[in-house]
Design a binder for this molecule. Structure first.
Ligand code: WTA
Length: 669
């Protein structure tokens, strides 16, 4: 009998009853056609994991040499397809150079100023080989690390693939990071070569990447020997003699053939830094074989990818979503992957919908933060465009509030596109919990069920499964092919950060995601937020997601972020930061109405003591709301911690001023 202590678990208070099923037409044509098919597949994957993965690896990928063992699992260390030899670029490019695919667009690229390029698989082959030969010429060899700090242009992807072609490890650093952040990552990764551009176009401005690079490389503090510079904006930049080289100069007289390096399944493919809520960024390490297979098969089944699809994932390649679902997963499947340099901006609010119309995009994958910003601008913007080519929508990155889900479903999907809400992390390499669009019905706000091969669970502090509809820690209980192998240069941190009950030496050892979740009676997973953001209100432990969703379900509210503040009697009290949809104004009356709304939706326990209206919430560069600083602001403490993860740190000062004003005017408590 399980014994649940209240302090171990999290209460779930939001009930969402809506269920949306795929049309029979969608299901008939899908790779996975019914819930029974999913269940069968899932059961097999859990009962006979090795044969499940082995069959897929043999069927879906090309190997130069077959593996000896499918899996060696010494928790928390795994080796997949041991001694198997492959090259991910062979799977992503060479094998598609068939008569029917060689002239198919691999990448459709749209620049922010409106320029565009299409690279067929044949073109991609040539460009990747040339770039790979340039790297070789610059003395990059197998195992060396190459840093990539680029705008979203085809050369960013070409550079990644060129590294993989010759067995170099890439470390992509998001182009929106500052010189300081770049410097730290360069140092940690010990990269030898840096690939960058003179700049990029973003929000009608030029992002001066090269000048950031110059600052990051001052005093020769990193191991970077050479810098390859791609011409994009044609702005004036300084080139340092002997260190900096224009790509177009290096490309002259370079061979267009470069045989793929034969790589071991467990060789490192890339390092990708994830900020972590505190402290030094972690260099998450992924290896080739397992990552190749897992991203390939999740892309195929979750996005129900067909040869004719135009597929668009809006993530920047600086994030894991860009790695797995703009580059490796789609290309491995021989798909057409659309890449866009820009983001929606005041001068072009409809740019996403314009691109969908222009290219007839069929599959569209984006983040809740983007969807909320579309809602704020109003539905008349997407409604000006023909979005009828869309057949499937996806979301990733944060819990999606049910109201936001419904808006996406109605306004963008015209009530005919299934939505896959995909839960996963940089560390997991690929999608872990999701619906499969032809087989699993969606419940708005739930990431649904585990992907085949994944044993996910919700546990208390002692590692015991909690009962249904009780919140706890979201864990994964078995190894999967694309799991992170280590934190670069710090295996101990890897063990400490992610693995629970490791020392027990029991099969209880499990991967800890750091998220909280609950499962409902159908086994569906509902992500409640980060465990760091759990609040304790009058002895009830509540996650941030449900309270925020209750606020967002009010028609005036666009985004909400809920934190707790210390309270003498209750222990903690609820403090909500709220942004409103355009055309609504903040007022005391609205504040009271929202408090009542939350009380009606989920009960008096969840009623916020304070509502602070704001124009903007602090977010990471990948669009996640950062609650850590909001907690300090709400409690009237000075803001402490690394602010470099926030896109617009000024927001913090504004929020601090407003919070002071609220307190001074006794609008607090
Ligand atoms: C959050 C992004 C709810 C979660 C692929 C996770 C989500 C973190 C979802 C990882 C989702 C991602 N529903 N929350 N569908 N997807 N998250 O490393 O907190 O940038 O731990 O990887 O994003 O973010 P990361």
């Amino acid at each position: 009998m399980l014994n649940h202590h209240k302090e171990d678990t999290i209460e779930s208070i939001l009930q969402e009853e809506r269920v949306v099923s795929p049309s029979s037409n969608f299901s008939i044509n899908a790779h996975i056609k019914s819930f029974q098919d999913y269940e069968k597949l899932y059961k097999k994957s859990i009962l006979e994991p090795e044969s499940f993965w082995e069959n897929l690896a043999a069927k879906e990928l090309h190997w130069f040499h077959k593996w000896d063992n499918v899996l060696e699992w010494n928790p928390p260390n795994s080796k997949w397809f041991v001694n198997g030899k492959l090259n991910i670029t062979y799977n992503c490019i060479d094998r598609h150079l068939t008569p029917s695919r060689r002239n198919k667009p691999a990448i459709i690229w749209e620049g922010e100023p409106g320029d565009s390029r299409i690279l067929t698989y044949e073109n991609l082959y040539v460009e990747v080989c040339k770039f790979a030969n340039i790297l070789k010429q610059l003395k990059v060899t197998k195992g060396d690390c190459v840093a990539i700090y680029m705008p979203m242009i085809p050369e960013a992807i070409i550079a990644m693939l060129a590294c993989a072609r010759i067995g170099a490890v890439h470390a992509v650093v998001f182009g929106g990071f500052s010189a300081e952040s770049l410097k730290g990552r360069l140092k940690d990764s010990q990269a030898k070569i840096l690939v960058t551009a003179d700049g990029g176009f973003r929000k009608d401005k030029i992002v001066p990447l090269k000048s950031q690079v110059d600052i990051a490389l001052e005093n020769n503090s990193s191991s970077i020997e050479k810098v390859i510079v791609v011409r994009r904006t044609e702005e004036n930049i300084t080139m340092r003699n002997g260190r900096d080289f224009w790509l177009h100069n290096l490309q002259q007289n370079i061979s267009t053939d470069c045989p793929p390096e034969i790589m071991d399944s467990e060789d490192t493919l890339f390092i990708l830094y994830t900020s972590g809520s505190t402290g030094k960024p972690k260099g998450v390490v992924h290896t080739i074989g397992g990552y190749s297979l897992y991203t390939h098969i999740t892309t195929k089944w979750v996005f129900d990818l067909k040869d004719t699809d135009i597929y668009w994932c809006t993530a920047d390649i600086g994030w894991i979503t860009g790695h797995s679902y703009s580059v490796y997963g789609p290309l491995s499947n021989g798909a057409t992957s659309l890449i866009y340099e820009g983001v929606p901006r005041p001068s072009n609010l409809g740019c996403f919908w314009n691109i969908i119309e222009k290219y007839g995009v069929n599959i569209f994958y984006t983040a809740p933060t983007a969807i909320r910003s579309f809602m704020k601008m109003g539905e008349d913007i997407p409604q000006k465009f023909d979005l009828s080519s869309l057949r499937l929508l996806g979301t990733v990155g944060e819990p999606i509030n049910p109201e936001v889900w419904m808006w996406y479903y109605r306004i963008i999907g015209n009530e005919k596109c299934p939505i896959v809400d995909t839960w996963w992390q940089t560390e997991t390499g690929g999608i872990i919990i999701t619906s499969l669009p032809g087989a699993i019905s969606s419940k708005p706000g739930s990431a649904s069920l585990p992907f085949p091969g994944i044993i996910a669970d919700v546990v208390d502090k002692c590692g015991n499964s909690v009962s249904r509809n009780t919140g706890g820690l979201l864990v994964i209980k078995n190894p999967w092919p694309s799991m992170l192998r280590t934190i670069y240069g710090d295996h101990q941190r890897f063990e400490k950060s992610y693995w629970k009950f490791l020392s027990d030496k029991s099969d209880k050892c499990m991967y800890s995601s750091g998220d909280s979740a609950r499962r409902d009676t159908d086994g569906y997973f509902w992500i409640l937020g980060r465990t760091d953001d759990v609040m304790n209100i009058s002895g009830h432990r509540l996650g941030s997601m449900e309270l925020e969703s209750a606020l967002v379900s009010h028609h005036t509210v666009n985004e909400a972020s809920v934190v707790s503040v210390p309270h003498q009697i209750k222990g903690e009290d609820i403090y909500a930061f709220v942004t409103l949809n355009n055309s609504f104004k903040a007022s005391d009356q609205l504040s009271n109405e929202l408090k009542q709304h939350v009380t009606r939706e989920i009960g008096a326990i969840a009623r916020p003591a304070t509502i602070q209206f704001t124009q903007e919430l602090p977010k990471t560069r990948s669009g996640k709301i950062v609650r850590r600083f909001l907690r300090q602001i709400a409690a009237g403490q000075s803001i402490e911690g690394d602010k470099s993860t926030i896109v617009n740190p000024n927001v913090l000062n504004e929020l601090e001023e407003q919070a002071k004003w609220l307190r001074n005017n006794n609008l607090y408590y």
